[in-house]
Write a protein that binds this ligand. Structure first.
Ligand SMILES: Cc1ncc(COP(=O)(O)O)c(C=O)c1O
Length: 302
């Protein structure tokens, strides 16, 4: 790996495994642990580092000086990329979904301050951009410009995600992760032993396409995984009072912060499924905390 990336990773905190202490889990005889990728780094936290690491290494090995990527106005991916670009001395360009904003979101403001060039693109053009998956696929790329698809979800992302699985050295029955593009889940499916079930929770509504997208990313066909589409709470970044109350209660009980877009919905879903006896008594579940806590700053109406 490139020496600058090794240097950066050395500054990270360990992603520990935290056992959730909760009488409800005892009652249902379920052991629930969180893989705390949120602790890795204040900005490049969670699955962001896992997904970016080997793509950045690839870009640096090719002598690229600019990374271009895409995301929404609260994008954790663009936020982490802007920061890492500043640290590594790479130029970054963010193609941001939607009309230009008069007042930037806190995430966009950070990106701008870290030197990312922000270019707003219409929702129609944004949808077109989604088809360019490979690092050299974006039409009009200039020499030394590297394209990173939405969420950093190119094949190299899976290699980084596999490392979080390798670090999970206790035995487990089920591995859970929240899903947007599905790259994190694909990396987990690729890396867990075949007897482990992998369960993804879509943060998006109508995400029927996710199964095929994940299948396309996997290095081999596996049948030990599924995506649950039932806990989107009305759509991406939509939230209601029940979810909010769950997050507040979970944070008070465990002191583990959750954000409402990905990890909050996943943990709500896991608890709900436990209460519905979806998991067998005696099961040990690992849920990945994929970070993204900067998203807590977004003012999401209830
Ligand atoms: C905090 C957080 N969790 C989960 C995800 C979903 O990851 P993926 O797009 O790999 O499914 C994202 C988006 O990348 C995210 O920002």
């Amino acid at each position: 790996m490139h020496s600058e990336l090794i240097k950066l990773e050395k500054t990270f905190s360990p992603s520990i495994l935290t056992k959730i202490d909760d009488p409800l889990l005892l009652q249902y005889q379920i052991e629930l642990w969180m893989k705390r990728d949120d602790l890795l780094h204040p900005v490049i936290s969670g699955n962001k580092w896992r997904k970016l690491k080997y793509s950045l290494d690839h870009a640096l090995s090719l002598g690229m000086d600019t990374i271009i990527s895409m995301g929404g106005v609260y994008s954790n991916h663009l936020h982490a990329l802007a920061y890492v670009g500043k640290v590594l001395g790479l130029k970054t360009i963010g193609l941001v979904r939607g009309e230009p904003l008069e007042v930037l979101t806190p995430a966009l403001l950070d990106m701008k301050n870290w030197g990312m060039e922000l270019k707003f693109v219409s929702r129609t053009d944004y949808r077109v951009l989604r088809q360019y998956k490979n690092w050299e696929a974006l039409p009009g790329l200039k020499p030394r410009q590297y394209w990173l698809t939405e969420g950093g979800a190119q094949a190299l992302a899976l290699k980084g995600v596999a490392e979080l699985v390798a670090e999970t050295t206790i035995p487990y029955d089920t591995f859970c992760a929240p899903s947007g593009t599905g790259a994190t889940l694909a990396g987990i499916v690729d890396a867990v032993p075949a007897h482990v079930s992998v369960l993804g929770f879509s943060a998006l509504k109508n995400a029927n396409f996710l199964t095929a997208d994940i299948e396309a990313m996997l290095s081999q066909t596996r049948n030990n995984w599924q995506i649950n589409l039932d806990y989107h709470f009305g759509g991406f970044a939509k939230i209601n009072a029940e979810l909010n109350a769950f997050i507040v209660d979970f944070e008070l009980k465990t002191t583990i912060p959750l954000e409402p877009v990905y990890t909050g919905k996943m943990m709500y879903a896991i608890y709900d499924l436990i209460k519905k006896h979806y998991f067998k008594p005696g099961e040990r579940i690992i849920a990945v905390h994929t970070g993204g806590l900067q998203g807590k700053r977004a003012k999401i109406p209830l």
